[in-house]
Design a protein around this ligand. Structure first.
Ligand code: NAP
Length: 276
């Protein structure tokens, strides 16, 4: 079997188009405030991509770049000013923050209704209890990619490798909402292939290049590769060995061009939802 490659770029472009139409039709004026502390090159690239995407769909976005040595107190002051500003509908604090800043303490200060990353304790709690529409962007994108395959999820065994707050945990909850039986794996799950071989749906969010190989999956699996790893030659690769696994899977996402564009599209969707 050779897998059908899920085109995240095309699906994300469709979402952006729909959002642009919705903004025009409902006469919305969504606005996003983005905070970057320091000059991490990867974060700068992400922020540029996000602001370009905002422009494309007519979301107003302002990026605030603060110096690396900004105090936690000053970052929180800025977040609190956005909380009070009725013209700001969405607040995004680009992670990771410099080491002297406690990320949790900053995120907790974002007003839940403006938390377009879905990471505040209130929005995480709502996710756990199956409510709320500001779900974290990458997991939201993962679900849309799975849904694009048309594969019925009810009763399927989904394996999620990685248990981070940003990806693994929320993806597991969203899959459970769709009535999958979910197994979460992490660095102590041994042997990993003992679990991954059982997956009807396999979501991998680890950050280890080509961790998942063809002998670790069963024929016909749906594979979503969240990992982004930069190789020595400068190219990007996922956590899944795409070339070998695509010969066994039914559907698979590429890296790049799979989950990445969906994360940004879902950020835009959350910003529009927060503005209504
Ligand atoms: P993270 O916070 O570092 O979490 C990694 C998880 O992988 C942890 O739960 C860890 O287990 C587990 N793990 C590590 N080594 C393992 C192994 N050998 N076998 C099984 N599990 C293992 O990472 P993250 O923030 O979730 O991100 C994961 C990847 O997704 C990264 O490559 C990141 O760049 C990428 N990412 C992509 C997007 C996108 O938009 N495309 C968005 C977010 C993240 P323990 O908990 O036991 O340590």
């Amino acid at each position: 079997m050779t897998a059908k490659v899920i085109d995240g770029k095309a699906i994300a472009a469709g979402i952006r188009q729909e959002l642009k139409k919705r903004i025009e039709k409902e006469r919305l004026s969504p606005s996003l405030a983005v905070v970057l502390v320091g000059d991490d090159p990867a974060s700068k690239v992400y922020i540029r991509m996000k602001s370009r995407a905002c422009e494309e769909v007519d979301i107003h976005s302002d990026t605030f770049i603060l110096p690396e040595d900004t105090t936690q107190e000053d970052v929180i002051k800025l977040v609190e000013a956005f909380n009070k500003d009725p013209k700001v509908h969405g607040i995004l604090v680009q992670l990771p923050l410099p080491e002297h800043i406690n990320e949790r303490e900053v995120i907790e200060k974002i007003a839940p209704e403006k938390d377009v990353d879905g990471l505040t304790p209130e929005n995480m709690g709502k996710l756990l209890s199956g409510e709320g529409n500001l779900t974290p962007c990458t997991p939201r994108g993962v679900m849309k990619l799975i849904e694009s395959t048309g594969v019925e999820l009810e009763g399927k065994h989904a394996i999620v490798v990685g248990r981070s707050n940003l990806v693994g945990k929320p993806v597991s909850l969203l899959l459970q909402r769709k009535h999958c039986t979910v197994t979460m794996c992490h660095s102590r799950s041994k042997p990993l292939e003992g679990y991954t071989k059982q997956a009807d749906v396999l979501v991998v969010a680890v950050g280890r290049p080509k961790l998942i190989t063809a002998d670790m999956v069963k024929e016909g699996v749906v594979v979503i590769d969240v990992g982004v790893n930069r190789l020595e030659d400068g190219s990007l690769c996922g956590d899944v060995d795409f070339e070998s696994v695509k010969e066994r899977a039914a559907f698979i996402t590429p890296v790049p061009g799979g989950v990445g564009p969906m994360t940004i599209a879902c950020l835009l969707e959350n910003t529009v939802n927060a503005s209504t």
